[in-house]
Write a protein that binds this ligand. Structure first.
Ligand SMILES: C[C@](O)(C(=O)O)[C@H](CC(=O)O)C(=O)O
Length: 303
């Protein structure tokens, strides 16, 4: 229960813990966790760090991923996930919600909420999923200024610059932008929507020494590759941004169809997380034991 007991919180700031995870051998696997429960389940499966996706946050709000979220709405998700699981969290910062000062405000809010890392992208509003057509790009210098602003604002947050330029400007454009963003202070680069293994390889070769993040989103432009394959290509991080929500959404769809059909949820019981499983995942017994131990430590006990 790292959230309620102060002494169980890790001493190192979240950004430092993210850097330490990145420094360990092997690619850093960052599954998307769209809420606190997903984060607990991902941690139980053995993951050491997580990703918070803009697409998943907006989709679960029933909204499209067009950059209409606010900083404080994202902070709500950051808080619930980091409280629940305590793992270092990489957060989707979209376009930074404005220009330099807005980016700095976002960095401060995200850090205070418990984030470990953020990525910022070089699209103009309304931004889109990187795997869609007709994205509009910011000027390279404008994006570099945002990266510099983020670095200036952070205390420990890892700053990752995402470039969406591959579609409009080709690999050449994406590499040139990535170099500029690294010069502006980016700790790592997220080359978005690469469409072939060859592009991933070329990007790696052209940016020696720069930590790179691969986006293994489903139903997009990137072919399905495994974490081991991205590692062999020389990538340091991989995200599966929306996978948990896609699976949860499909299950919900089946539930509502069954309930509308049967007037009962009985047919769905085998697919449900049981009451016992739910309580075990959130650690209800530990919270109750904590409450009892506090009461015992302050109240005189009968002989
Ligand atoms: C990474 C991403 O920005 C996200 O919001 O998770 C999306 C994911 C998606 O829409 O599949 C993206 O632009 O790739």
């Amino acid at each position: 229960m790292p959230y309620l007991i102060g002494s169980e919180h890790p001493a190192a700031p979240a950004g430092a813990r993210f850097r330490a995870a990145l420094a360990r051998p092997g690619i850093l696997r960052l599954p998307g966790a769209h809420n606190g429960m997903a984060a607990l389940q991902a941690r139980a499966a053995g993951f050491e760090a997580l990703y918070l996706s803009g697409a998943a946050m907006t989709a679960q709000m029933g909204l499209p991923d067009l950059g209409i979220l606010t900083v404080d709405e994202v902070a709500f998700f950051i808080r619930q996930i980091t409280r629940a699981c305590g793992l270092p969290l990489l957060v989707d910062g979209d376009t930074g919600y404005g220009e330099a000062l807005n980016v700095m405000h976002m960095v401060r809010v995200f850090e205070e909420a418990g984030a470990a890392a953020v990525h910022l992208e070089d699209q103009l509003l309304p931004k889109k999923c990187g795997h869609l057509n007709d994205k509009k790009l910011a000027l390279p210098a404008e994006m570099a200024a945002k990266v510099a602003a983020a670095v200036r604002a952070r205390r420990h947050l890892v700053v990752i610059a995402r470039t969406d330029a591959a579609a409009a400007e080709g690999l050449e454009g994406a590499v040139a932008r990535a170099r500029l963003y690294v010069e502006a202070g980016a700790d790592a680069i997220f080359p978005e929507a690469l469409t072939s293994v060859e592009m991933f390889r070329e990007m790696r070769a052209r940016l020696p020494g720069v930590p790179l993040l691969a986006n293994m989103t489903e139903f997009g432009r990137t072919p399905q590759l495994t974490a081991d394959e991205f590692e062999a290509l020389g990538y340091e991080m991989v995200i599966w941004p929306v996978s948990s929500l896609r699976v949860a959404n499909k299950a919900q769809e089946r539930l509502y169809a069954a309930l509308a059909r049967d007037g009962a949820t009985t047919a769905m019981l085998p697919e449900m997380q049981s009451r016992a499983e739910l309580y075990a995942t959130i650690g209800l017994a530990d919270f109750e034991a904590l409450d009892t131990s506090i009461a015992q430590s302050v109240l005189p006990q009968p002989d």
